[in-house]
Design a protein around this ligand. Structure first.
Ligand code: GTP
Ligand code: MG
Length: 180
């Protein structure tokens, strides 16, 4: 039996749903009351990956507020992968401004042992608030953005309706294992 411990980050602007995604993934619950994360929270998900592999996925839930602080370098240390979470705004032409800032912060402060960027997936959360057609209309723009900023991929997610969270986590783990 092989056991891995992977430190991963969940970052993104205030209120986009980072804590809710983690709670849904790890504890299978969702609450609609907003309680801002202060500093950083931790969660651990143990996954029976295959018959001979156990993955201990450590999730660092970093407060959106921390983008304006000085602690992210400390929080990012030794992370092997990340999720950046945001909410699609269909009412204006998305600039992904917050996402860009988080990705640049991440890439400037943490890297793999070989000097390459840590794999990072983009999560467009709260898709339960959008129509299918509204998401479709944004797909090409997201694909371009993900390529430009060197994300490993993106998923439309909902913590409320439990959409694509397990899938995104599995992709993240697969990418980490491929880097081992
Ligand atoms: P900070 O800790 O301040 O950085 O925020 P956060 O990114 O952790 O956001 P949090 O998970 O606390 O969620 C903020 C609000 O959005 C809460 O009221 C959640 O109930 C709501 N929310 C989170 N995910 C979803 C979702 O998928 N759909 C909907 N409709 N609401 C969501
Ligand atoms: Mg939070």
């Amino acid at each position: 039996m092989v056991e891995y411990l992977f430190k991963t980050l969940v970052i993104g602007d205030i209120g986009v749903g980072k804590t809710s995604l983690i709670k849904r993934y790890v504890h299978h619950v969702f609450g609609s009351t907003y309680k801002p994360t202060i500093g950083v929270d931790f969660a651990l998900k143990v996954i029976n990956w295959d018959s001979e592999t156990i993955i201990r996925l450590q999730l660092w839930d970093i407060a959106g507020q921390e983008r304006f602080g000085t602690m992210t370098r400390v929080y990012y240390r030794d992370a092997v992968a990340a999720f950046i979470v945001f909410v699609l705004d269909i009412n204006r032409n998305t600039t992904f401004e917050g996402v860009r800032k988080w990705k640049d912060d991440l890439d400037s402060k943490v890297m793999l042992a070989d000097g390459s960027k840590i794999p990072c997936f983009l999560l467009a959360n709260k898709i339960d608030m959008l129509e299918e057609s509204e998401i479709d209309a944004k797909k090409a723009q997201l694909d371009d953005f993900v390529a430009e900023k060197e994300f490993a991929g993106w998923f439309p997610t909902s913590a409320k309706e439990n959409k694509n969270i397990d899938r995104a986590a599995s992709e993240l783990i697969r990418t980490i294992i491929d880097n081992e």
